[in-house]
Design a protein around this ligand. Structure first.
Ligand SMILES: [Zn+2]
Length: 261
């Protein structure tokens, strides 16, 4: 397998994978979207809430606030064995506000300086005169297999497109050039050429407009364009390292299982 990076910043990574297969890249995609452990608020203990919003709605809103994921000292609740969360498996984010005000994610005060809301201005509720809100939000490790609030990345892949031109059939009407929505086709010395094949969405507009049937759109079977977007809970470098480590562990486990049959 070979990898070539197309685009990379703090949040996104786009790369080309060659000499691979659908099961392998799909396994990687599934790890990114649902198996990487992260921290999210799991339940709330309310002490006071006479705001117009029910406890359950506030709990749901707080659960969806993305938290920084740099701390690796916490263990998953199922590995801890405690019933309600302890210092090994949970972090408490406390909130106490009195109206009139809007309560934002930045009002959550965390026990651990490494676990905090990434976005400061997520509104939780509004309080008016005489209304109070006081709760402890308990954040725990989980994965998006259980709930989408633990999802910290999006990932997708597509086959590398392939355009074949049959020059014996082509009459150079050039109708395929303007019809391409990605504008990747051009004419050069009696030949239709492709600017950037990776931009092709395989919409087949060029194939359909060509009455001579000179264009055939298909894809390469073992090459993929892979895209990862971090939701900023974790740097994209750490995210990819973690996903590859998890995939490698899974493959090692499978190998051991097969060898022991
Ligand atoms: Zn615990």
């Amino acid at each position: 397998m070979e990898i070539e990076i197309f685009k990379k910043d703090d949040r996104e990574l786009k790369f080309l994978v060659t000499e691979s297969s659908v099961p392998l890249v799909n396994a990687l995609r599934r790890i990114f979207i649902s198996e990487i452990p992260s921290m999210a608020v799991d339940y709330l203990k309310f002490y006071k809430n006479n705001s117009p919003v029910f406890d359950e709605i506030i709990a749901h809103r707080v659960g969806l606030i993305p938290l920084n994921n740099s701390s690796e000292i916490y263990i998953a609740p199922e590995d801890c064995g405690c019933s309600e969360g302890c210092e090994k498996c949970s972090v408490t984010l406390s909130l106490e506000k009195t109206g009139p005000c809007t309560v934002y994610s930045k009002d959550l005060v965390s026990d651990d300086s490494d676990v905090y809301p990434i976005l400061e201005n997520v509104p939780i509720t509004k309080l008016t005169d005489g209304q109070d809100l006081k709760f402890d939000a308990i954040a725990r490790i989980g994965t998006a297999e259980d709930h989408a609030k633990w999802q910290i990345a999006n990932a997708a892949y597509k086959h590398v497109p392939k355009l074949d031109f049959n020059l014996d059939k082509c009459d150079f009407c050039e109708e395929c050039i303007p019809i391409c929505p990605k504008d990747i086709l051009y004419k050069e010395k009696d030949e239709i050429k492709v600017k950037d094949i990776y931009e092709c969405t395989m919409c087949r507009a060029c194939e359909e407009v060509c009455e001579q049937g000179a264009i055939k759109v298909s894809h390469q079977k073992d090459s993929f364009i892979f895209f990862v977007e971090s939701y900023e809970n974790m740097d994209v470098n750490d995210l990819v390292s973690k996903a590859l480590e998890m995939l490698s562990t899974k493959l090692d486990n499978l190998k051991n299982l097969v060898e022991n049959i």
